[in-house]
Every structure is written in structure tokens, then in C-alpha cells.
Design a protein around this ligand. Structure first.
Ligand code: FAD
Length: 383
């Protein structure tokens, strides 16, 4: 793997750094307290090309490889995980999945709007009763003439209250487990689709997380993405790339924790010298630094494998597992460097810790990543 960034990759990272400094950092505390980022950020992300990375230009995309996508995701995660998540879901889980699995008509219908930021996409897999065991979801889609009629509920859906389209997973036949699952592209203005904001989240407070309720929601058969019964494969392929994106966001959190800890340690004085002079503070900082580098290298490896057309799903689970746990450790260590000031939201590290914590839960918990990695190594499914 070549660890030198190309000119294009360096330029896109700089673009992202400038974007974050201008459009995100000044508002982070305000958005966190208000429990909502400014929705105008979506259009701005589209205008600068970040919602079209890796998507072909003929569908409104801005091209670029997966390492460029990781670099942008990392910078956004360094600025605000709520904004990072908008991109990871609308582009990463929805647009990229349509680009991979969609018909020509589906690509033309949805991709230009999703890549420009005119539309927001959300990914509807988790249900109130099925999280880790997503293959046993119970939302049903029943064929009725040329349509499907969908009934069920989805829980914890990122971008849910803002979204224009849901990539929705529902059971279409009597086959047990994941074999009976199909994927649909459901416009959120479809009659019978209700949305309720999930309030009181520990972190990612700026993000529009929703519960979706579907009561006799009617979509044409042409709304099905990929053949009937392939829905679980669609979901798993989306999550395999999605986990790389979460990992990149976690690298951003850990890097932000490192930057904040180093700066504060050089400014704060105790016992007649700055706390940077105390060896135990240097231990905290060096632990963060090692976590940043290790998480970044694991994440870049996934991007490199994807860009070279190699298998990457297990490596993506490893990166997501390590980077999410590393982000929690890094933010917690940084909070320790800040002492009591780390505990109030005038300083950034408390929010980093709150935002990091969910990364070990969604797109497969740490336990689920270990089972994915264990299955790949032993050939035994221990779920
Ligand atoms: P459960 O599956 O009930 O797990 C509870 C505990 O049991 C966990 O510790 C888990 O690791 C453990 N466990 C479960 N099975 C096993 C096993 N076989 N062996 C060992 N341990 C096990 N979902 C979406 O579809 N779209 C989204 O956009 C989305 N966004 C989210 C945003 C937020 C802020 C949150 C909190 C969640 C989001 N999710 C989303 C849902 C998320 O993916 C699930 O919460 C996650 O998959 C875990 O499911 P669960 O919460 O039902 O926990």
C-alpha cells in the first residue's frame, strides 16, 4: 500500500479542512445545545462535492476514490460527528448503494438529488425489536397488483426526519431469516409513512434521528432495489463500506482529541509549570497519538483494498471495531487532560466523548464486529 497521498487526495483533504473551519467549527456548540445542526449544511456539502464522492459524474457525482472519501469523512468527523453522519448515511449507505445495485431508472431518479444535497437519504434497517439480529426484521411488504404495500416500524434512523428517501428493508416472502428480505426505495412523502424524532441522545445531538412507522405505505414494484430476496445482501454490502466510513469518522474524533489535548497541555499551568511537563500527562497524550495512527492505518487499508477491487469486508469490521473503541479511549484520555474543564461544553472534549460512544454501537456493535471477524477466521458462525 502506498501511504503517500496523491495531489488530488491532498487537495480534497485541504478542501475539507477549510470547509470544516468555515462552515462547521463556529457552530458546533450551538448545534449540539439546540439538538439540531442547520439543515442548510446539506446543500453546502453537496455544492462542495462531498455528497458525490466515488459516484460517477454522469449521475451528478464528483468522482474520487475511497481514500479521498475517507479523508473527507475524517475531516468532517474532526469537526462534528453529526455532520459527518449525514454524509456517511446519505452518500455512504444510500447513494453508493443505489449506484451499486440500482437500475438505470433508479440511479437517474435519485442520485443527482442525493449528490447535490437537494435530497437527503436514510437507511432503514433497524427495528424496535431487531437490531443486531437484523436478518429477522419483521416489517412486511406484500405484493398487490403492480404495487407493494408495506407495514412495520424502523428505529434509530439517522437523517430520518429530514430524509426524502428511505432505503428500506422489508420481508417480502415467507422464507425465514434474511432470505426473505428485500430492499425498497421509499419516498418519505408516501401516504402512511410517519416519522417521530428520537430525542435525548447522549451524543450526535445535532443529528436528525427518527423512528419511522409505515402503515399501508404503497410503492410501485419498480421501487424494489435489486431482485426480490436480495435485500439482506444489499444491506450487508452497504454496511461493509459504511463501517469504513464510521472508522474514518472515528479517526477524526481521535485526531480532534489529540489536537485539543496537546494544545491544552501546553497552556494549562499546575505545580509551577504547564501540565505538558508532567510525565503522566504525556502518557495520556501518547496513548491518544498511537490510537490515532493505528486507527487511521487500518481505515486507509480498507480504502486501498476497495480501490484495488480486493475483498475488504473483514478488514472493514476490524477498522470499525478498533477505530470506534480508540475514539472513545482518545476522547476519554483528552477529557482527563482537561481536568474539570473537560466536563463542560465550553471545551470540545466532552462532546467528542459523547459523540464517540455511539460508534461502538451502530453499524454493528463491537460484539458483532468480533463475531464477523471470528467467523472469517474460524469458518464458524457464532452469532
Ligand atoms: P441489540 O442488538 O439489542 O444488542 C444489545 C446488546 O447485545 C449489545 O451489546 C450487543 O452487542 C449484544 N449482542 C446482540 N447479539 C449478540 C450476540 N449474538 N453475541 C454477543 N452479543 C450480542 N440503524 C439503521 O438501520 N439505520 C440508521 O441510520 C441507524 N442510525 C443509528 C443512530 C444512532 C444514534 C443509534 C443509537 C443507532 C442507530 N441505528 C441505525 C441502529 C443501530 O445500528 C443499532 O442500535 C445496533 O445495530 C444495535 O442494535 P440494538 O440497539 O437493537 O441492540
Amino acid at each position: 500500500m502506498n501511504l503517500e497521498l496523491s495531489e488530488e487526495q491532498t487537495a480534497v483533504r485541504q478542501l475539507a479542512e477549510d470547509f470544516v473551519a468555515r462552515e462547521i467549527t463556529p457552530y458546533v456548540v450551538e448545534w449540539d445545545r439546540a439538538e439540531s445542526v442547520d439543515r442548510a449544511i446539506v446543500k453546502k456539502l453537496g455544492d462542495v462535492g462531498f455528497l458525490g464522492l466515488t459516484i460517477d459524474e454522469e449521475y451528478g457525482g464528483s468522482g474520487g476514490d475511497h481514500l479521498a472519501y475517507c479523508l473527507v469523512t475524517e475531516e468532517l468527523g474532526r469537526g462534528d460527528s453529526s455532520v459527518r453522519g449525514i454524509v456517511s448515511v446519505s452518500l455512504g449507505l444510500v447513494a453508493k448503494t443505489i449506484a451499486s445495485w440500482g437500475s438505470e431508472a433508479q440511479k437517474r431518479r435519485w442520485l443527482p438529488g442525493l449528490t447535490s444535497g437537494e435530497y437527503v437519504g436514510c437507511f432503514g434497517l433497524t427495528e424496535p425489536g431487531t437490531g443486531s439480529d437484523a436478518g429477522n426484521l419483521t416489517t412486511r411488504a406484500v405484493r398487490d397488483g403492480d404495487d407493494y404495500v408495506i407495514n412495520g416500524a424502523k428505529m434509530f434512523i439517522t437523517n430520518g426526519t429530514w430524509a426524502d428517501v428511505v432505503l428500506l428493508f422489508a420481508r417480502t416472502n415467507g422464507a425465514p431469516g434474511h432470505k426473505g428480505v428485500s430492499a425498497f426505495l421509499v419516498p418519505t412523502d408516501a401516504p402512511g409513512l410517519g416519522r417521530r424524532t428520537v430525542h435525548g441522545k447522549l451524543g450526535l445531538r445535532g443529528q436528525a434521528t427518527a423512528e419511522l412507522v409505515l402503515e399501508d405505505v404503497r410503492v410501485p414494484a419498480s421501487a424494489m432495489l435489486a431482485p426480490e430476496g436480495k435485500g439482506f445482501s444489499v444491506a450487508m454490502s452497504a454496511l461493509a463500506k459504511g463501517r469504513m466510513s464510521v472508522a474514518a469518522g472515528c479517526v477524526g474524533i481521535a485526531q480532534a482529541a489529540l489536537d485539543a489535548a496537546v494544545k491544552y497541555a501546553g497552556e494549562r499551568g499546575q505545580f509551577g509549570k504547564t501540565i505538558a511537563h508532567h510525565q503522566l500527562i504525556q502518557e495520556l497524550i501518547s496513548d491518544i497519538a498511537v490510537d490515532v495512527d493505528a486507527a487511521r492505518l487500518l481505515t486507509w487499508r480498507v480504502a486501498d483494498l476497495i480501490d484495488r477491487g480486493q475483498p475488504f469486508a473483514t478488514e472493514s469490521s476490524k477498522a470499525k471495531l478498533f477505530a470506534s473503541e480508540a475514539a472513545v479511549r482518545a476522547a476519554n484520555n483528552a477529557l482527563q487532560v482537561f481536568g474539570g474543564y473537560g466536563y463542560i461544553d465550553e471545551y470540545p472534549v466532552g462532546k467528542l466523548l459523547r459523540d464517540a460512544r455511539v460508534m461502538t454501537l451502530y453499524e454493528g456493535t463491537s460484539q458483532i464486529q468480533k463475531l464477523v471477524i471470528g467467523r472469517a477466521l474460524t469458518g464458524v458462525s457464532a452469532f
